[in-house]
Design a protein around this ligand. Structure first.
Ligand code: NAI
Length: 256
C-alpha cells in the first residue's frame, strides 16, 4: 500500500483523484477546508504548517506521494495565497518525508491559464517567496479592478517555480519526480459558475479552445495525476502536462 497525501480532496479533481487512488488500494490522506482527514486552511502559514504536521502524523513517517490539487479561482487575493503559497508550502513541507520513501512522487495542478497574460510583479513576488508583497500587490490589483490577472499569475508562478525546483538537488537529486498537469476547462464546482452565463461561456470558449473532446470530467485529469505519481513515472521532471483538449497546442501553435 502506498500512502498518498492529496490536497483539495473534498471536491472536483482532488476528490476524483482520492477516490480512484483508494479504489486501487492506496491509502489517501486528504487535506481540505472540510470533509477531509486533515482539515486545514492552506491560505495562511499556520494552516499550512498544521496540514504538514497532521499529514506526517497520520502517515507515520512513510509518505509515498503528494498531490497538491487545492486551489481557488476568481479575482480575490486567495488565488495567490492558496494557488501559489499554499501549494509550494505543502510540497516543500512534505518533501523531507518523501525523500525517505523508496519511490517518492509529487505533482501539482497548474492550469492553461498559466499561458495567459499575468501580472509580472505578482509573479516575481511569488517566485521570491515574498508572500507579504504578493498579498499587498494582489490587494492593490483587486482595488483597481484588475483581479482577473491574479489567477493566471498564481498559476504562472507555480509552473515556473515547479520547473526550477523539480531539477534541483532537493527534488530530482533526491529521486523525487515533481511535475504538474495543466487542465483546460474541467467540469467541477469551480468551473460551474462559468456555465451559468452565455456570454461568459463564449468568452471562455474563445480563451480556452478544446478541439479534442471538449470540457473534461475531473476523472480525466485525475488519471493523468495518478500516472505522474505512479511508480511508472521514473524520469519525468519539471513538466507541465497539458490535459486540455488541445487548448495549449491551439493557442501557442506548432513552434515549441
Ligand atoms: P474545486 O473547487 O472543485 O476543488 C478545489 C478544492 O480545494 C475544494 O475542495 C476547496 O475546498 C479546496 N480549497 C480551496 N481553498 C482552500 C484552502 N484555503 N485550504 C484548503 N483547501 C482549499 O476545484 P477543481 O476544479 O477541482 O480545482 C482543482 C485544481 O484544479 C485547482 O488548483 C484549480 O485551479 C485547478 N484547475 C481547475 C480547472 C477547472 O476548470 N475546474 C481548470 C484548470 C485548473
Amino acid at each position: 500500500t502506498r500512502t498518498i497525501a492529496v490536497t483539495g480532496s473534498a471536491s472536483g479533481i482532488g476528490r476524483a483523484l482520492a477516490a480512484s487512488l483508494r479504489e486501487r488500494g492506496d491509502e489517501v490522506i486528504g487535506v481540505d477546508l472540510q470533509d477531509a482527514e486533515v482539515c486545514a486552511d492552506l491560505s495562511a502559514p499556520e494552516g499550512r504548517a498544521r496540514a504538514v504536521r497532521e499529514v506526517l502524523d497520520r502517515a507515520g513517517g512513510a509518505l509515498d506521494a503528494v498531490v497538491a490539487c487545492a486551489g481557488l479561482s476568481g479575482v480575490a487575493v486567495g488565488t495567490v495565497t492558496v494557488n501559489f503559497f499554499g501549494v509550494t508550502a505543502i510540497l516543500e513541507g512534505l518533501r523531507p518525508a518523501l525523500a525517505r520513501a523508496e519511490r517518492p512522487r509529487a505533482a501539482a495542478v497548474a492550469s492553461i491559464s498559466a499561458t495567459q497574460p499575468a501580472d509580472p510583479e505578482v509573479v516575481r513576488a511569488c517566485l521570491d517567496g515574498d508572500e507579504p508583497r504578493a498579498v499587498a500587490l494582489a490587494e492593490r490589483a483587486v482595488e483597481r479592478g484588475q483581479g482577473r490577472l491574479l489567477y493566471p499569475s498564481s498559476k504562472s508562478a507555480l509552473a515556473r517555480w515547479l520547473r526550477a525546483r523539480a531539477v534541483s538537488p532537493e527534488w530530482a537529486g533526491c529521486g523525487i519526480p515533481l511535475n504538474a498537469v495543466a487542465p483546460g476547462v474541467v467540469l467541477t464546482p469551480m468551473s460551474a459558475p462559468l456555465f451559468e452565463d452565455e456570454t461568459m461561456r463564449e468568452v471562455m470558449d474563445r480563451a480556452v479552445p478544446m478541439p479534442l473532446n471538449g470540457y473534461a470530467e475531473p476523472e480525466v485529469v485525475a488519471g493523468a495525476l495518478r500516472w505522474l505519481v505512479s511508480p511508472d513515472n521514473s524520469h519525468m521532471a519539471g513538466q507541465i502536462v497539458f490535459v486540455d483538449g488541445g487548448a495549449e497546442a491551439t493557442l501557442r501553435g506548432p513552434d515549441v
